[in-house]
Design a protein around this ligand. Structure first.
Ligand SMILES: [Zn+2]
Length: 294
């Protein structure tokens, strides 16, 4: 983040110095969106309830992806690996200030789910799981974090989740968002136990993709954020979801709620890894948090 704003800060410093020398001091930020990020983090804003919003299943469809990328504010974009548009649209998303996630396919319980050759499965051993994760991460540039696609079966396997989280920790500062495709998911708890910054999804916006249903879920998200201080939603690039978000996101400030990237939401919630003592306490509490969130 600091690096992204380095140019702007340098421009301010240079202009102030120029002002001392009698030069004009009118300063324009390089990109309007980047100034908005500064305002979002102003002290007065930091007490507002916060929401995080991830649009996932991106990478397959070009037009729907571009429409998702054009959403205003800190909407995070999660791309399926090895998909036709993931690489280009992930770069585009990053350039436009959207946080990028790898949307990692994990084995679901449903036998009807279509097989994905690159998915992590229950019969994947640790080396195979690591190889598939690395290949997936390499196919989605700029990923700051990972959330799971499907996974109702594999997220119940403590061993696989431990291997996955250990690999994420080894890869660097990647965070994990548990999409919670089953209330029995262990992913969030195992991420915390392995020392990976993590959060769990609170609201799916469009399990029912009817526009009225999406609007109701959006209102539920705002109520949750006001009650708890923060809330995290996942939506998909469906026409109805995008239509509701295009209408509602510009009204967010007037509703007294701020939109933050998932990394910031994790920090606000204390889900970022800080020190081993805090981690051990969080580890003991995590299963209770997951159970209470059903
Ligand atoms: Zn998905």
């Amino acid at each position: 983040m600091a690096a992204r704003h380095g140019g702007w800060l340098a421009a301010v410093s240079a202009a102030l110095l120029a002002g001392c020398a009698g030069m004009p001091t009118t300063i324009k930020p390089p990109v309007a969106g980047k100034l908005a990020t500064h305002l979002d983090s102003a002290p007065a804003q930091q007490t507002l309830p916060a929401i995080g919003l991830i649009i996932d299943d991106l990478g397959e469809q070009r037009a729907a992806g571009e429409r998702a990328l054009a959403l205003p504010g800190a909407v995070a974009c999660a791309f399926l690996p090895h998909t036709p548009h993931a690489r280009r649209q992930a770069r585009h998303a990053r350039e436009n200030g959207h946080e990028v996630l790898l949307h990692l396919p994990l084995e679901p319980e449903s036998p009807r789910a279509s097989p994905i050759p690159t998915r992590l499965n229950r019969d994947s051993g640790r080396p195979e799981l690591r190889r598939r994760l690395d290949a997936a991460l390499d196919s989605v540039p700029h990923a700051a974090g990972v959330n799971n696609h499907q996974g109702s079966l594999l997220t119940q396997s403590a061993a696989h989740m431990d291997w996955l989280m250990a690999a994420l920790r080894e890869r660097g500062s990647l965070y994990f968002v548990d999409s919670r495709t089953t209330p029995r998911s262990l992913a969030y708890a195992r991420a915390r136990a392995e020392g990976v910054a993590a959060a769990a999804r609170d609201v799916f916006l469009d399990v029912d993709a009817d526009a009225d249903a999406v609007r109701r879920q959006w209102q539920r998200l705002l109520r949750l954020a006001r009650r708890r201080g923060s809330a995290l939603a996942i939506g998909h690039p469906y026409p109805s979801t995008l239509e509701v978000l295009e209408r509602e996101l510009p009204r967010l400030a007037a509703a007294g709620v701020r939109l933050v990237p998932p990394s910031e939401l994790i920090r606000i919630r204390g889900g970022a890894v800080r020190d081993p003592v805090r981690l051990r306490l969080a580890d003991r509490l995590a299963p209770l948090v997951v159970a209470a969130g059903r």
